[in-house]
Design a protein around this ligand. Structure first.
Ligand SMILES: *Cc1c(COP(=O)(O)O)cnc(C)c1O
Length: 234
């Protein structure tokens, strides 16, 4: 994928996402594309923004913060990467949605930062559906317990669940992981009476399967901006 045709990459992805949603009997507008702009310079982000893309995802709080300060205020910023406790204030100050909540400790820190900044922070719980040891995310069996504590955290609003499929997973495994997240969401919604409308799942290589399994947010980097260079690629 070349990096000098962001507008055509973007329009291709937006169309493909709508087409895929309709082909699985979902509304074309039911899936939002988050343009993952980690390592991508401001000029390229502006190129996508000028084509109408207004939602961007970053995986490092410092980079997200700096971009949010210098780029148009109407951009919606999503924090999608692992969040360390000491970076929480920066993330809460500049993120519209944090996808990567993987511990109770992090929830408590975000609630504290939200109180100080007078902000109710929208979050997703990141779930380790596949059980892979190398991945961040809450084990499936712990998600309900963590969700049951959300009522005690007034500066947090949980909007749904997020997952990452294991690298190199087969199509069958991808279906299993993404449907697993949806079923977990359905179960929690039902038993706890907690609305969780968002399912953040699917990247450049697997978003079609994620949409078939109910994704409402797909996180697309490479297919829009081209292949990343450097060490911040994951
Ligand atoms: C980098 C990243 C993506 C985007 O990956 P692509 O394969 O480039 O689309 C999605 N989600 C997370 C959490 C990421 O870190």
């Amino acid at each position: 994928m070349s990096t000098d045709c962001i507008s055509s990459n973007l329009s291709h992805i937006l169309k493909s996402v709508r087409d895929q949603a309709e082909s699985v009997n979902r509304h074309a507008d039911s899936v939002r594309v988050i343009a993952v702009s980690k390592t991508v310079g401001a000029d390229k982000i502006m190129e996508a923004f000028d084509c109408g893309q207004a939602v961007f995802g970053e995986n490092r709080p410092q980079e997200l913060y700096e971009k949010s300060q210098s780029l148009p205020a109407s951009i919606e910023w999503h924090m999608i990467g692992h969040l360390q406790s000491n970076k929480v204030r920066k993330a809460v100050g500049s993120s519209d949605l944090i996808h990567s909540i993987d511990s109770v400790k992090l929830l408590n820190r975000i609630n504290d930062a939200g109180r100080e900044l007078q902000k109710v922070q929208c979050v997703l719980l990141q779930v380790n559906v596949s059980g892979e040891e190398s991945k961040f995310g809450i084990p499936v069996e712990d998600v309900e317990r963590i969700a049951s504590n959300l009522g005690d955290l007034p500066n947090i609003r949980c909007r749904g669940l997020m997952t990452m499929a294991p690298y190199g997973a087969s199509e069958d495994e991808l279906h299993r992981v993404f449907s697993g997240l949806r079923e977990l969401r359905d179960r929690i919604q039902e038993t706890m009476d907690l609305p969780l409308p968002e399912l953040s799942m699917g990247m450049s290589s697997d978003y079609r399967i994620a949409i078939a399994e109910g994704a409402t947010l797909v996180r697309i980097g490479t297919a829009i901006f081209g292949t990343r260079k450097g060490t911040n690629g994951v």
